[in-house]
Design a protein around this ligand. Structure first.
Ligand SMILES: [Zn+2]
Length: 160
């Protein structure tokens, strides 16, 4: 069984998709169990360890009823763990990123709120980033050291 097939098997179990928190937790559990197959990735690490009660949004763009059918159509060639990791990051991101409602001026994609930390200061700042092309709308991204999805609480604290 390939890594992707094993992931699909987890998604095919309806008990893992009763709601978004359950689905998110099931993915985290599966990924941690198979972590030795993946190379370390900052954003995956963040997504696997965040507090789901704080981060999971109310209406992610994922339909739980058709999720298995959707993922079954993805062909992951050569048991490529990099691609599996990308898929997982994409799915988890979808459940925790708060969409801004602004269109990306470059590609018309959706933009979402992220918290950025910078090379040259300890400042934490809210930035809008495109989910499609990763373009940062309100900041020069070359100085960004770390970028993580913003939670509702953080947006509240930063008074966005
Ligand atoms: Zn874009």
């Amino acid at each position: 069984m390939t890594l992707w097939d094993s992931f699909l098997e987890m998604v095919s179990d309806k008990n893992n998709l009763t709601d978004y928190k359950t689905y998110y937790s099931a993915i985290v559990k599966w990924t941690k169990k198979h972590i030795k197959f993946f190379t370390y990735d900052n954003s995956l690490d963040f997504l696997l360890n965040l507090d789901i009660n704080e981060y999971i949004i109310e209406n992610p763009g994922i339909c739980l009823e058709t999720e298995y059918e959707r993922l079954k159509k993805e062909h992951i060639k050569n048991n490529d763990s990099g691609l599996v990791s990308m898929m997982i990051i994409y799915i988890l991101h979808e459940m925790v990123t708060i969409k801004s409602g602004f269109e990306c001026p470059r590609c018309s994609g959706d933009t979402a709120f992220y918290i950025a930390e910078f090379d040259n200061s300890n400042e934490r700042k809210c930035v809008l980033m495109c989910e499609e092309c990763n373009w940062c709308l309100n900041e020069n991204s070359s100085h960004i050291k770390k970028l993580i999805p913003a939670s509702m609480n953080e947006l509240w604290e930063l008074q966005i």
